[in-house]
Design a protein around this ligand. Sequence first.
Ligand SMILES: *Cc1c(COP(=O)(O)O)cnc(C)c1O
Ligand SMILES: [Zn+2]
Length: 415
Amino acid sequence: MTGATVLRCESCGATYGDDLPHATCPACDGLLLAEHAPPAVRGAELRALFDSRVVASPGSARERSGVWRFRELVLHAADDAIISHPEGNTPLITRPAISAYAGVDDLVMKHEGHNPTGSFKDRGMTVALTQARRVKARAVACASTGNTSASLSAYAAHAGIPSFVFVPAGQISAGKLAQTIAYGARVLPIDGDFDDCLRLAREAATLGIYLVNSVNPFRLEGQKTIVFELLQQLGWQSPDWIALPAGNLGNTSAFGKALREARSLGLIDRVPRLLAVQAAGAAPFAKAFAEGFVTHHRVRAETRATAIRIGDPASWDRAVTAITETDGRVVAVSDEEIFAAKAVIDHAGVGCEPASAASIAGVQKLVAAGEIPSTARVTAVLTGHLLKDPGTTADSLPATLSYAAAMDVLRRVAG
Ligand SMILES: *Cc1c(COP(=O)(O)O)cnc(C)c1O
Ligand SMILES: [Zn+2]
């Protein structure tokens, strides 16, 4: 495999090498997109190469990681610098009760909550911290609704690079905050919302700290592997739809780029349609979609699904491209619909954090509206683990029972 990765500014068109020590364009602060020299092989040969790397441990971290297995499409030059847990290799799950709820027989869930820190953010962070090491970053920083900070903190510890996270004070779930503190990041709780935190992180970048928010192009490269890996697990047979929750729109953008590349490299011959699902209280993108994407909206975000409580998504334009190119859809679901779906997912023994349940709620909504036929092949991405947000289920903890009262319960069940 030859070639390198080039970073191209989507605003001014400038290009940079893969050793750029900035996350955004040094000339205009625009978003950078990574472009890779095409791998030496394509189509069936490239599928075979990727399949040959699905090896049991022990193997090198590069082979065991569900991200670095696809390295030609992620970051060519990483080699010795790779900071890998390893991550990825998340399961595909089917459960009749969840299929019945959504209204599609062939519903597969890709559970990204099975990543090392419990969310898909690890797939982007392994690449971002690898890159931070390659450019010899003195420190890394991000703004976060929680999962990014947990992941950053773990991977920065692994890389031995000091890390800073800006979080909206009082708005981060206990599980995510506990992880972030435990792994050793410096946590800066901000009196403001996520969008304020993102502005601060961008400020940090002007002081020479390497920014690893989803504006960092390498985060997207890593997150693309959710799609590569699920296609691989499906034998490279595209589903009809891929559903995912959408907040800052980094993942929606990454999925669009992954599908474009998979199609052009002949990994698949048919592109699935993307279904991006927002929480109704944080749905500027769904609103814009309904209007035909003529306006870029911002809202004051409010939802109990904190991972998608974002009012001013950073990756807007790329996500528009992703939805347009895949003939996709964007829908909003209420918190009631999210928590109803979550209850079904949890009671099936699968479990996920609230934001993740939006993808099932969104599928259910489009099936009910007749837009997705019950015969469609649907893959829904569950983005985070149940334990990320214990507060939302701890409300229903039973009251304390005496020994005798507990025995009564058992006797009633035993009949
Ligand atoms: C980050 C995150 C999302 C939203 O992804 P975006 O790229 O911001 O759209 C959804 N669910 C979970 C669990 C997340 O951590
Ligand atoms: Zn630029």
